[in-house]
Ligand binder design. Structure first.
Ligand SMILES: Cc1cc2nc3c(=O)[nH]c(=O)nc-3n(C[C@H](O)[C@H](O)[C@H](O)COP(=O)(O)OP(=O)(O)OC[C@H]3O[C@@H](n4cnc5c(N)ncnc54)[C@H](O)[C@@H]3O)c2cc1C
Length: 417
């Protein structure tokens, strides 16, 4: 699936072997985080190059990604500022109610529950956006932003020095950047080359990601149902003509078991999904499209900065999808970073200066570590069948349910406001 710069496939966004101008910022990795940052910086007048080893158009293919992201209010606003939100080809679905429950497969959820309702916030908790839809919007925005030079499919060698970085493509062309942003995902090559240590926390869990159609409307509600083998989430999606009521599911289960569930025939898979909802409010379900499995682990970089370089998104941190916060954390990184860069650029200052990079790390890393610790603790607390722990956590979630001020504080934090 991945093509390198030597691949014969030509992406229309690459200008054939034209010499490359120097830039303020070179972003390596045009995933959702890198591509959105490029759009935002370009709109603010910075000269940007963004490099990805995969061509951007092939990423729009529906088979490339089966995910749908739950985007919080802060990241949505940033996508609007970057000019991306208006290019989404499919409607997003607001999440207006979240029911948090605990239970066992095939049994009704515990009567002690936590529910976030419309009264807890003055706007939706988040918006469900299909990964493919976001990709199409990012590609359209990149193409419409003249300050951004897209180099994909392409691979580059980056040499960093105190006064800037030299980027050399495999076709021999090279250019200079004042700052390199590593947005090259969990297996970041730039992070490894900079010698930044990475800590990994395996979960022994795999997530099954898929879309389902159901009998009754979801009313823009989501469910997070904690089960002994891992959490099960249902997230509302917009309906289609064929399937008026649809949702995404992220079902985490033990490694090995998850793959077997994912391979079940449609009707058996649907019954297993129904057993994990903890409530019958959506009625009978039917799988739609492909099922995807992702091994789950958390990881974090020991630092986010090196000479003339910063890490953003999954290159800096990867967390359990238990709270649907992975991409939201990446967006929080680039919200902070772009604000620092745009400000420095407007004042004619150096966008790769060590003090600016240190400020970025200080603003982002502690909050990201907190979120990582919280999702890690949630998964470890809930993914077991210990009766004492079950009682304690059920009382815990029911207590939060009864404390509207605490509920609203949780909501504000998760929404990135
Ligand atoms: C099962 C599952 C469900 C999830 N659900 C949610 C959710 O509901 N909400 C949410 O917010 N998040 C969710 N996430 C997390 C989310 O998918 C990631 O956080 C997000 O994709 C990270 O974006 P990124 O741009 O940092 O990295 P990536 O998406 O990994 O992009 C990295 C890019 O860099 C390119 N690249 C890599 N190496 C190089 C190189 N050497 N040179 C050039 N280019 C390179 C790659 O081709 C790729 O395009 C989920 C994750 C999983 C596993």
């Amino acid at each position: 699936m991945h093509q390198t710069a030597t691949s014969p496939q030509v992406d229309p966004t690459v200008t054939a072997a034209a010499p490359l101008a120097d830039v303020d910022v070179c972003i390596v990795g045009a995933g959702p985080v890198g591509a959105t940052l490029a759009c935002r910086l370009g709109r603010a007048g910075l000269r940007v190059a963004v490099i990805d080893r995969v061509g951007l158009s092939p990423m729009e293919h529906p088979d490339v990604d089966g995910r749908a992201y739950a985007l919080a209010a802060g990241p949505k606003l940033f996508l609007e500022e970057a000019g991306v939100w208006d290019h989404l080809p499919l409607p997003s679905c607001p999440i207006e109610d979240i029911l948090v429950t605990d239970g066992r497969p095939g049994e009704p959820a515990s009567s002690l529950f936590l529910e976030f309702t419309r009264e807890d916030a003055n706007q939706p908790f988040g918006w469900m956006v299909e990964a493919r839809s976001l990709r199409v919007a990012l590609n359209a925005t990149l193409a419409a932003t003249p300050e951004v030079c897209v180099l994909a499919p392409a691979e580059a060698t980056v040499t960093r020095q105190d006064d800037g970085a030299q980027i050399r493509l495999t076709d021999g062309r090279s250019f200079h950047a004042r700052l390199v942003v590593a947005a090259d995902g969990r297996r970041s090559r730039l992070r490894a080359e900079a010698g930044i240590p990475l800590t990994k926390l395996p979960y022994g869990q795999t997530a099954i990601v898929s879309a389902i159609a159901h009998e009754f409307p979801h009313d823009n509600s989501a469910i997070e149902h904690f089960l002994p083998a891992g959490p099960f989430a249902q997230l509302p999606l917009p309906g289609t003509q064929e399937h008026p009521y649809m949702s995404a599911i992220v079902w985490s289960d033990k490694d090995g078991t998850a793959e077997r569930f994912a391979a079940l025939p449609d009707d058996m898979f649907a019954r297993q999904v129904e057993k994990r909802m903890g409530t019958g409010r959506l009625g009978r379900v039917q799988p739609v499209g492909r099922r995807w499995t992702y091994p789950l682990s958390a990881q974090y970089a020991q630092r986010y900065v090196a000479t003339r370089m910063v890490l953003v998104g999954d290159a800096a941190h990867g967390i359990h999808p238990i709270a649907g916060q992975g991409l939201n954390l990446g967006y929080r990184d680039i919200i902070q970073l772009s604000s620092l860069l745009i400000d420095a650029h407007a004042k004619g200052q150096d966008v790769g200066a060590p003090a600016l990079l240190a400020r970025y790390q200080a603003q982002c890393r502690p909050a990201n570590m907190l979120m990582l610790a919280a999702t890690d603790a949630l998964d470890r607390l809930f993914s077991n069948n210990n009766p004492i722990l079950r009682l304690a956590r059920d009382i815990g979630i029911a207590s939060v349910h009864r404390m509207p001020a605490l509920r609203r504080a949780f909501v504000r934090h998760a929404m990135g406001l």
